[in-house]
Design a protein around this ligand. Structure first.
Ligand code: NAP
Length: 309
């Protein structure tokens, strides 16, 4: 039986692994299908303390992993399919295999939200994407008009990154001001290659018949005027939803699926702790996720010491 199983390999997961490893608990971290988590889909992280020049998201996660492994953290590539927190030990099903744990730290993070408009699903990987750093450099986007949907920090970051490749980047936002932090908003609106399209919703992505993106249909939400904007790629950056499906019915969540921590990082099940974006719809930063991972590790360690005395 494992002392501590950590589900998720983002900032929260690897920080929890580092702290529980240093407490000599030999934690087992289960990576999930996206090792390194959402930060690996970003380019330069400029606001993680300790990196005055910024740090590549993938590199930051690789460093966190190495640091935790140096102190004895184990990791296993795999997806947790089901959990049973009804008795002790806790039982997790990972790619068909059972893993038993005395404590569990849930750090499953969040995933990109979808627009839910016609054409989005059918044209995914054919011009519709959720990650500029992953796909922006593809030949099909070079010197072509591109569309980014959203008005937050992610949308700004995607739009700025895409100015390296596209001829023009249209930033389509449903309101007339950005939600992004001031520094990102200013930088975005000052870029001559980025053209904001305010008060507009994407109602459809075309052209499914041609099996590739040729444009988006837009509706101005103030005037109801409809139009088509030609583009070769649509980058959707409208926020994230928590990855908490597998805990349904066992771990208390709010109506949007975010896990509700009780005292500190404790959940409604004693011995199961939570950290990071799967429980945080307010701050959602790499550094706050890392901080929560540290707190969950300390809570788990104290729980184990109390249980074993
Ligand atoms: P976010 O802040 O929740 O912004 C989502 C954006 O998408 C909002 O502008 C929202 O519009 C829009 N939106 C949501 N649902 C939509 C829909 N169905 N159709 C059209 N538009 C929709 O998400 P985020 O930008 O991914 O950022 C998440 C967190 O990560 C934030 O805390 C952010 O600060 C952080 N982050 C930071 C950085 C950085 O510091 N460099 C980079 C990336 C992310 P409304 O504005 O109208 O609600």
């Amino acid at each position: 039986m494992e002392n501590v199983v950590i589900i998720g390999s983002g900032c929260a997961g690897w920080t929890a692994a580092l702290y529980t490893a240093r407490a000599n608990l030999q934690p087992l971290l289960l990576t999930g299908h996206q090792p390194g988590g959402l930060l690996t889909t970003t380019s330069i992280v400029e606001n993680f303390p300790g990196f005055p020049e910024g740090v590549d998201g993938f590199e930051l996660m690789t460093r966190m992993q190495k640091q935790a492994e140096r102190f004895g953290a184990k990791s296993q590539f795999g997806l947790v399919e089901a959990v049973d927190f009804s008795g002790k030990p806790f039982v997790l099903t990972v790619d068909g295999e059972k893993v038993e744990a005395e404590t569990v730290i849930i750090a499953t993070g969040a995933s990109h939200k979808h627009l839910g408009v016609p054409g989005e699903e059918l044209l995914e990987t054919k011009g519709v994407t959720y990650c500029a750093t992953c796909d922006g450099a593809l030949p099909l986007f070079r010197n072509q008009p591109l569309v980014v949907v959203g008005g937050g920090d992610s949308a700004c970051e995607e739009a700025l990154y895409l100015t390296r490749f596209g001829s023009t980047v249209h930033l389509v936002h449903r309101r007339d001001s950005l939600r992004a932090s001031k520094i990102m908003a200013d930088r975005t609106l000052a870029n001559p290659k980025i053209k904001p399209v305010w008060d507009s919703a994407v109602t459809e992505i075309v052209d499914v018949k041609q099996d590739r993106v040729t444009g988006v249909k837009l509706k101005n939400l103030k005037t109801d005027v409809e139009s088509t904007l030609p583009c070769a790629g649509v980058f959707i950056a409208i926020g994230h939803g928590p990855n908490t499906e597998i805990f349904k019915g066992q771990i208390e969540t709010d109506p949007n699926g975010f896990i509700i921590p009780r005292r500190g990082t404790m959940t409604n099940v004693p011995g199961v702790f939570v950290a990071g974006d799967c429980a945080d719809h307010i701050y959602r930063q790499a550094i706050t996720a890392a901080g929560a991972g540290c707190a969950a590790a300390i809570d788990a360690e104290r729980f184990l010491s109390a249980a074993n005395h």
